[in-house]
Design a protein. Structure first.
Length: 202
């Protein structure tokens, strides 16, 4: 049924940004009866789009996004799925309306990245509705050794200059939280760490 999907992969942003590697796959459920039949869960009125089919698409699309962001094929990397998390069913799926799956990078590390998948439909008023979401962690490993390839994942770039400072702050907070977790693994958390965390949230 993959041939029934409409796939959009054209970059829509500067290199290294979420838009640059974003992929959108459209299920034309409103017009493609065989496709609609193949994904339908007849016994589920609230979520008639079979969850297994959703995760099949998530697995395929997130890998494509990860390879695009890291230039994995040219770099000799293998991008493997580490986990799916924060999978949520937010609204009822209308099985007779087209369904769009949008996958894009939301976070990067040295050898890992998080790719979010949003399932979106347009309601009767013409408004986009988020019906499902899922976050997938991908790990870049060296194709020859099978070990995590540290430094292989490019940092996620700010979509525009106005957001650059926010991205820098997020990176600083992430580094600080990582340092706190390492210290906590070695012993009890310190009062100074709790104080810093409270200030960062205020």
């Amino acid at each position: 049924m993959a041939s029934h999907l409409q796939l959009w992969t054209a970059p829509r942003g500067a290199a290294g940004t979420a838009a640059a590697s974003m992929i959108e796959a459209v299920y034309p459920l409103s017009t493609d009866e065989p496709l609609r039949h193949s994904v339908r869960d007849v016994g589920n009125g609230y979520s008639p789009f079979r969850l297994g089919k959703f995760f099949e698409a998530v697995d395929a699309l997130t890998a494509d996004v990860a390879y695009a962001h890291t230039d994995g094929e040219n770099q000799g990397l293998a991008l493997v799925t580490a986990s799916h998390s924060h999978s949520r069913k937010l609204e009822r799926t209308a099985i007779a309306r087209d369904l769009s799956l949008r996958c894009y990078v939301t976070r990067t590390g040295s050898a890992s990245l998080e790719v979010r998948t949003d399932a979106v439909q347009v309601d009767e008023a013409g408004v986009e509705v988020l019906v499902n979401s899922c976050a997938t962690t991908m790990v870049a490993v060296d194709g020859a050794t099978g070990k995590p390839a540290k430094g292989a994942v490019p940092p996620l770039g700010a979509p525009d200059a106005a957001d650059a400072s926010n991205f820098e702050l997020r990176s600083e907070l992430a580094a600080t939280h990582a340092a706190i977790r390492r210290r906590r693994a070695d012993g009890p958390a310190r009062a100074a760490e709790h104080s810093w965390t409270r200030r960062s949230r205020s």
